[in-house]
Design a protein around this ligand. Structure first.
Ligand SMILES: [Ca+2]
Ligand SMILES: [Ca+2]
Length: 256
């Protein structure tokens, strides 16, 4: 599988897993070059490194409301793509017809992603995964202003941290879940699923910075996914709320 969304090649973390489709080193080089070109044409929704909030609610295609779209298939970039549709505030991305398809939304904000002291980076999304053919296909990616990255890859019932060994969690398949990733230092993160602390992990050093992406990010795998919303930003550190959430997690854990 070729992970388009973060420029990792077959020798990267994903390469340690069984490969679900053909791979081409030539294609990867081309991808990196195109990725650099895209980086030059960036969007910068925030005016300065201050608190901000970017909310995609599934009412439009992402590229209509400030996101960039990167898509393609085995024929090349900007060829083919997923069948995408909007209904009831939900974006459906369907690539089941062709495992060569990748099709994801991204935003680059150089120097404007990270929180400062007393602030919290938050990235949250509502996602239902109907089907994944291959190890994983839906992805969520984050790169900090200091080139530290988190990559989350999904199959029908698990979420896996792409750059870490053995950091993954299961969720119930076939229903929407609310995912919320938070970080105060962009070196460690917490992932809540449906309000419950589910994963804690570390960012890994990446080759580039200040980037958020989500969608079908893998060539060589196919999927059918539904995205209710995708939001991210920097908010004031909610001190009192954190204590409440810790207690909620403690009591939630006891109920299981
Ligand atoms: Ca795909
Ligand atoms: Ca929605």
């Amino acid at each position: 599988m070729t992970p388009w969304w973060d420029g990792r090649g077959p020798g990267g973390v994903s390469g340690a897993r069984p490969v679900a489709g053909p791979e081409s080193t030539e294609d990867l080089s081309m991808i990196r070059i195109v990725g650099l070109t895209l980086a030059a044409a960036l969007v910068a929704p925030a005016a300065s490194a201050e608190q901000y909030w970017i909310a995609y609610e599934g009412n439009d295609f992402p590229e209509e409301v400030g996101w960039e779209r990167n898509w393609g298939d085995w024929e090349g970039q900007y060829h083919g793509g997923a069948y995408r549709s909007l209904e009831g505030g939900v974006l459906t991305i369907d690539s089941l017809h062709d495992d060569g398809v990748f099709d994801f939304a991204f935003i680059e904000m150089p120097g404007q992603i990270d929180p400062e002291a007393g602030e919290l980076f938050v990235m949250e999304w509502g996602l239902k995964i109907d089907e994944v053919v291959g190890y994983w296909d839906p992805v969520v990616a984050l790169r900090s202003d200091g080139k530290w990255a988190v990559g989350l890859e999904f199959d029908e019932s698990t979420v896996t941290s792409a750059f870490e060994d053995g950091v993954w969690a299961a969720f119930s398949p076939g229903v929407f879940h609310d995912y919320r990733l938070t970080s105060s230092d962009m070196l460690t993160y917490q992932l809540h699923v449906d309000g419950q602390l589910t994963l804690e992990g570390s960012f890994w050093l990446s080759a580039s910075e200040s980037y958020v992406a989500w969608g079908d990010g893998v060539q060589g795998a196919a999927s059918l996914t539904h995205w209710d919303y995708f939001r991210f930003g920097v908010v004031p550190q909610p001190q009192a709320l954190s204590i409440v959430l810790v207690w909620a997690a403690v009591f939630g854990g006891r109920q299981r």
